[in-house]
Design a protein around this ligand. Sequence first.
Ligand code: ATP
Ligand code: MG
Length: 578
Amino acid sequence: MRLSQMHLKTLRETPAEAEVASHILLVRTGMIRKLVSGVYGFMPLGWRSIRKIEEIVREEMDAKGGQEIHMSAVQPAELWLESGRWYAYGPELWRLKDRNGRDFCLGPTHEEIFTDIVRNDISSYRQLPLNLYQIQTKYRDEARPRFGLMRSREFIMKDSYSFDKDFEGLDKSYNDMYDAYSRIYTRCGLNFRPVEADTGAIGGSNSHEFTALAEVGESEIAYCERCDMAATVERADVKDDPADSSQMLPMEEVYTPNTKTIEEVADFLGLDKKQTIKALLFVKYDELGEEDGYVAAFVRGDRELNMIKLVNALGLPEHAVAFADEEKMAAATGCVGGFTGPTGLHDCTIVVDSELVGMKNLCAGACKKDYHIKNVNYGRDYKGDIVRDIKTLKEGDPCPVCGAPVKHTRGIEVGQIFKLGTKYSEPMGAYYKDENQEDKVIVMGCYGIGITRTLAAIVEQHHDDSGIIWPVSVAPYHVIITLIAPDDTVQAAAAEKIYSRLTEAGIEVLLDDRRERPGVKFKDADLLGIPVRITVGRGAIDGSVEYKLRRETEKNDLSIEDAIQAAIQIVEKEKKGM
Ligand code: ATP
Ligand code: MG
């Protein structure tokens, strides 16, 4: 491709709204173009890299026996009502009506659709296992679209669904996908880590997130350097501190004026935060979005509540639980803002962190303004409707597996895999007949890759101050020939020769034949991040060109032939990304 003819508009300036490197660079290189918030289009270079990622994904899915299909983005509400997700999915589901008032949504994911296909098409154990996938546009009306392709409202996802006779079959399908995902992200040049994850709105039992490590990532990961524990902070178990065997002391009300926070009350009474109980107050919403009761959650004063564990404990989707208006909740339950404790509350669901059960003589709010109660004990003084681990695993806390201090790091979730079991097949009636002609429920898994988010993650990990540094496997082009003086016949002939030789060898080449200053061309070549640059300038008359890799600072003067061979060699070696 000749740059003089390519539809390309690069920007010198950083777009005002772009905060992270990948967003800035994908916009500045003209690879993506915003239409409205969270909705992007792809220009020629951007689309080429997207297709490369898709091809890697296809190869690895096919290698595991996946069969590609393509379903509609428009999905009828009836299927979502059957699975129970029409309400549970909440405001992220992009709903629409047709002219007759019938409800539809734009698919955020396709479990219902694929389950529907299989329940109609599969009848015998002979047809299982089956793995179907698609690469398709998804819609999620995200509350805060941001970081360009990282969290958008329209994005491309590869989604696969596996269908097995039993749970052993599912284990194999899941492990196959785990392997395929590891190969895919390796081939895309990502430094990634698979971690245990919460199952969220998709559901099911086990799940792993594949996380590309990056400071700007929205996933927080807890991991252990001594054992192989690695989980999202949302998911990570926390070991309860050992129970305290002290004698229970009598409860004692104490005057604690203006001590609304745990810090304030602990300071005022000269206590460690570990000797206090922290209260967090929430309101629940029902399927129609109406308020549906209150929740008080209690953790030890030095702990932090884990919102995902709390909603899971309540058996509710995340959007159905929000911080309560304290005044309204006070009237209904007897809580008192800043002075709420587990004793003296009524008419609300009390969720108690499991650790509190073994703690003795803690200080909690008295549900009375300016008062706390000392020596509050679980069992004797209060009980939980639900008792569970609802706390967050913080950096430095003991690893739930081996006890060593855990570390935290951040990453971008580029994919997630789930053991769904019978979560969809059961309610939607996806059955098969086994060897004895008995009806059995199909066991499912589902597996997603954010194709567009993966592109952003690659840029996030592969750039410098001058621009992108594409891994060869996903680069929009492999080589850029920077022709310094297009009007110089010797230079032009040398550039054309290199261009055709490389193209014939199957290398994807950009020829910068624009009538621009050399400085502009070098800047653009660095910004676009094409892995190999061959500069054809004055040396051409002696058959010499400059050869440089984008990822290295070193430049070499090579003969035209040597430059061609060097380019072919490196592209052949790195094209597959393995
Ligand atoms: P997140 O927690 O980031 O909202 P999710 O867990 O809801 O993502 P999944 O349902 O697991 O996402 O979807 C599979 C993959 O699709 C994700 O791993 C991610 O790579 C991609 N993805 C999800 N939401 C978005 C989005 N809003 N924009 C771009 N990619 C997305
Ligand atoms: Mg996910």
